[in-house]
Write a protein that binds this ligand. Structure first.
Ligand code: LLP
Length: 383
């Protein structure tokens, strides 16, 4: 959203901080994804609920016809509540608890993305006990690095996720033997906030090589889930408010066989741009060598800068004054409670509204009550 277009008079009635969601931008994004997949009717998008599980956001995404990618029993319940049909829900996670496996079986989710042989055995036993057949894909660790923050790559051999690609064959054979398991395919996810399409091209190469190898061994491959990971422009949110879905899907269209059934699990690229964390300046403090703008939002409301040194564009919505550098910080008792250092803002005064942009993904969903604070609330733009 452009600076002048935030409804500040509406904000006056609310206690800050809160998340403000630009619903037309979300709708436009959902429509862009739908249009990009139009020529591949068998390809399916499962929105990654972990990015943002706000009930209203989930409801809009479910209404747009996407499936859901969940990582816990809690997310499965939230997805069902929001209207995602169980038959569109896929469930990944290295540590699925027994009750979560039972929930997935009972509700009839589309797929368990299984991350180890040990987990496969537990799911098989639980399904047998419940008189069900569990639809399973095996999550493969493809050992592919992604050009992103080290804390959010997942596809390297050293990461805890999936079954190392060289160890896959015996696990597929086991899945085929187990009576209560229906082997359906392979699942991958190489990391998040990926802007370099050559990372996804490397994933496609790995998938194609694996398919050839399994085929040669007389083993089925089933369908392919390529995970999520498409990044967004954090530095210039108004320049590219919608992620480059054409480049992303184009890579898979170009590199995977036309007849392959492909599943996607995008989170960030769908919801990040539409969310802004709205906060107010509590105090402006002159430090020895720098000015601090102390906000009423902290790392408990948006942890990404503290956790990954993530950069979010910050704007003063209330002032057109002189541009000055500030360290923009929160009220939490941690030195890492910093949204940005040396951030150029229009001159700040107590009470000014500050927008922390592109916060729709991994913002509200990662908020906590640390330091006895309330969880941030949320409001939505008019349609
Ligand atoms: N599928 C799987 C199996 C995943 O682990 C993830 C994200 C996704 C899909 C969705 O990825 P996306 O399209 O959103 O990149 N909290 C971090 C991001 C952690 C991502 C975890 N997995 C952050 O704030 O940057």
């Amino acid at each position: 959203m452009i600076k002048g277009t935030y409804p500040l008079e509406r904000f006056e009635k609310l206690r800050t901080p809160f998340y403000y969601y630009d619903i037309p931008l979300l709708q436009k994004t959902l429509e862009t994804v739908r249009a990009a997949l139009q020529d591949r009717p068998s390809w399916q998008m499962h929105y990654a609920v972990k990015a943002n599980a706000n009930p209203e956001i989930l409801r809009l995404i479910a209404a747009a016809g996407m499936g859901a990618d969940c990582v816990s029993g809690g997310e499965i319940l939230s997805a069902l509540d929001a209207g995602f049909p169980a038959s569109t829900i896929v469930y990944a996670g290295v540590g699925k608890a027994d009750w979560e496996i039972a929930l997935g079986l009972e509700r009839g989710i589309q797929r368990f993305n299984v991350e180890s042989e040990a987990e496969l055995e537990v799911i098989a036993a639980k399904a047998k006990e419940m008189g069900k057949t569990a639809p399973v894909s095996l999550r493969v660790n493809p050992d592919i690095g992604a050009h992103t923050h080290a804390g959010i790559t997942t596809g390297l051999a050293e990461n805890k996720f999936g079954i190392f690609h060289g160890q896959l064959e015996p696990v597929i054979r086991k899945a085929l033997q187990l009576e209560s398991i229906q082997f359906c395919g392979l699942h991958f996810h190489i990391g998040s906030q990926i802007l370099d399409m050559s990372d996804f091209a490397a994933l496609c190469n790995r998938i194609n090589d694996l398919c050839v190898d399994l085929h040669r061994k007389g083993l089925p491959v089933g369908d392919i889930n390529v995970g999520g990971g498409l990044g967004i422009e954090y530095g210039h949110p108004n320049h590219l408010p919608i992620a480059d879905f054409d480049a992303y899907f184009g890579t898979f269209k170009r590199m995977l066989p036309a007849g392959m059934t492909v599943h996607f699990e995008l989170g960030r690229s769908i919801v990040a741009p539409c969310g802004t964390l709205i906060s107010r300046v509590l105090y402006v403090k002159d430090g020895l060598s720098r000015k601090f703008a102390i906000l009423d939002a902290g790392m408990n409301d948006l942890v990404r800068p503290a956790m990954y040194h993530a950069l979010h564009r910050i704007e003063n919505l209330s002032s057109d004054g002189e541009e000055l550098p500030y360290d923009v910080v929160g009220p939490i008792c941690e030195s890492s409670d910093v949204f940005g250092k040396d951030i150029v803002l229009n001159e700040c005064h107590r009470g000014d509204y500050i927008a922390i942009r592109s916060a729709g993904a991994y913002g509200e969903s990662m908020a906590s009550t640390y330091n006895g604070r309330q969880l941030p609330s949320s409001i939505f733009s008019d349609l």
